[in-house]
Design a protein around this ligand. Structure first.
Ligand code: NAI
Length: 234
């Protein structure tokens, strides 16, 4: 039997990342799930075959490199790891802002740069930005980090074209995950009511778009941001 191609997913332990790991296994990948939450990773590894897990902090490029060293070739990298810490603009400290950029933006850079030597014949990189990249209130540092992810995605797409690496971003709208469920319930309900369909996306809705862009058949799509937000950004 032919060996499965490898996909490496950061933030794979929870929410959108976890749904993406399971979807990529369904699509025939062996998936390396990397996350800082080792408890949830163990739970994920026990749930299905074709998954290996790695405790990684995306702020630490060496920890990413150690995890990737287990795979001579990685066909697809999906950068999902992220944090969301709502704060009014005037309450965001410099440390809050730096942490946000370190995880949400530099974490993508660190993983994408490290994967290059494992993609000798080309591959796919999918980043996860957010509909919030086009604006929002009470999380300016998050908005800036996600707008940065879109810029980084476009820059990587241009520079990595000669290596046959396609780089795209998925920009989810409000999605039902542990991240959004950590909001006070009344805020969650309010946010849901503001969606065009009156409901949050399911992590599988986002994972489907990510898996599409990770698929070898989409090699000619690059530098794009696919909004998966039920039309809210229209
Ligand atoms: P989640 O909180 O359920 O999952 C995020 C995962 O990232 C967790 O497993 C966490 O441990 C991991 N992570 C956080 N910091 C890390 C670090 N330094 N190193 C390694 N792993 C780390 O969140 P969710 O909702 O699944 O979000 C996934 C991505 O989608 C994030 O980038 C988020 O910003 C983005 N997104 C989420 C939306 C939503 O409504 N849930 C909307 C738009 C974008």
């Amino acid at each position: 039997m032919e060996a499965r191609p490898v996909a490496f997913v950061t933030g794979g332990a929870s929410g959108i990342g976890r749904a993406t790991v399971l979807r990529l296994v369904d699509d025939g990948f062996h998936v390396a799930a990397a996350d800082r939450d080792s408890e949830r990773l163990d739970d994920l590894a026990a749930s299905r075959d074709h998954i290996t897990v790695h405790t990684v902090d995306v702020r630490d490029q060496a920890s990413i490199a150690r995890a990737m060293a287990d795979y001579p070739e990685i066909r697809a990298l999906v950068c999902v790891a992220g944090i969301y810490q709502p704060r009014a603009f005037e309450d965001i400290t410099m440390d809050d802002f730096r942490l946000m950029l370190d995880v949400n933006l530099l974490g993508v850079f660190a993983a994408a740069q490290t994967v290059l030597r494992r993609m000798p014949g080309g591959g796919r990189i999918v980043t996860v930005s957010s509909r919030a990249a086009i604006g929002g209130t009470n999380f300016a540092h998050y908005v800036a980090s996600k707008a940065g992810v879109i810029g980084l995605t476009r820059a990587m797409a241009m520079e990595l074209r000669p290596r046959r690496i396609a780089v795209n971003s998925v920009a989810p709208g409000f999605t039902d995950t542990p991240m959004t469920r950590s909001m006070p319930p009344e805020q969650y309900t309010q946010a849901q009511a503001l969606e065009p369909s009156g409901m949050a996306a399911d992590p599988d809705d986002i994972a489907g778009a990510i898996a599409f862009l990770a698929n070898p058949a989409t090699r000619f799509i690059t530098g794009q941001t696919l909004f998966v937000d039920g039309g809210k950004s229209l």
